[in-house]
Design a protein around this ligand. Structure first.
Ligand SMILES: CC(C)(COP(=O)(O)OP(=O)(O)OC[C@H]1O[C@@H](n2cnc3c(N)ncnc32)[C@H](O)[C@@H]1OP(=O)(O)O)[C@@H](O)C(=O)NCCC(=O)NCCS
Length: 176
């Protein structure tokens, strides 16, 4: 696990974001329910374009957060990047926001996201946050992962983050 900086944002290009999705969730009446999968095979980020699912867009999303003081962590096997996470530890007084967490496809299911989560939580606690907020993609893997880390449905959801990603599953984890 390494703490990274702005110069390391290019590592996002090495993450294979693709995923075969078998389970997808929605929130209905305050409860998680399964819904039909909207995209069975999520592709890798576009390596050349600048659209919303491009590597350029991911870098543009993370860059101002890190420049503004968010922590950036990378999990490596020697020089190979396995996964990356960005946590804005002072998103709001006492609330940290886990803004980005991706493990590259070949390295999933080996505890890499758990290690990144632990680093993000430690950074949040060091900054005196009492909870971590996550706007998670609604896939079974992402939601299953955050529930496994002790997250629960956010009630209420964060108004700004919810407006940006209304199809996401909004979760919070108390650090108390
Ligand atoms: C979600 C994701 C980050 C999990 O990374 P990972 O390194 O495979 O996760 P870990 O190995 O640390 O798994 C820890 C726990 O999460 C849960 N989990 C992980 N993958 C899961 C899956 N596919 N389905 C259900 N639960 C899952 C399990 O409880 C697992 O514990 P276990 O291994 O003892 O069963 C990874 O699948 C990923 O990057 N997916 C694509 C992008 C994404 O969804 N990112 C989150 C954006 S908000």
């Amino acid at each position: 696990m390494r703490t990274l900086g702005l110069d390391d944002l290019r590592l996002i290009a090495n993450i294979d974001r693709s995923e075969h999705v078998e389970v997808e969730f929605a929130v209905r009446n305050g409860k998680l329910v399964e819904r039909p999968v909207s995209m069975t095979d999520i592709p890798s980020w576009d390596p050349v374009g600048t659209g919303p699912y491009s590597i350029a867009a991911q870098i543009a999303f993370c860059e101002p957060l890190i420049a503004g003081g968010a922590s950036f962590f990378g999990a490596f096997d020697v020089a190979e990047v396995l996964g990356l996470a960005v946590v804005d530890v002072s998103f709001e007084p006492s609330i940290a926001w886990l803004a980005f967490l991706y493990v590259s496809r070949p390295f999933r299911g080996r505890g890499v996201a758990s290690a990144l989560w632990d680093a993000a939580v430690a950074a949040a606690a060091d900054a005196n946050a009492t909870s971590v907020y996550v706007s998670a993609v609604p896939t079974g893997s992402a939601v299953g992962f955050y529930l496994s880390r002790g997250c629960a449905l956010a009630e209420p959801v964060h108004p700004v983050l919810y407006t940006k990603e209304p199809d996401d599953i909004h979760l919070t984890c108390s650090l108390g």
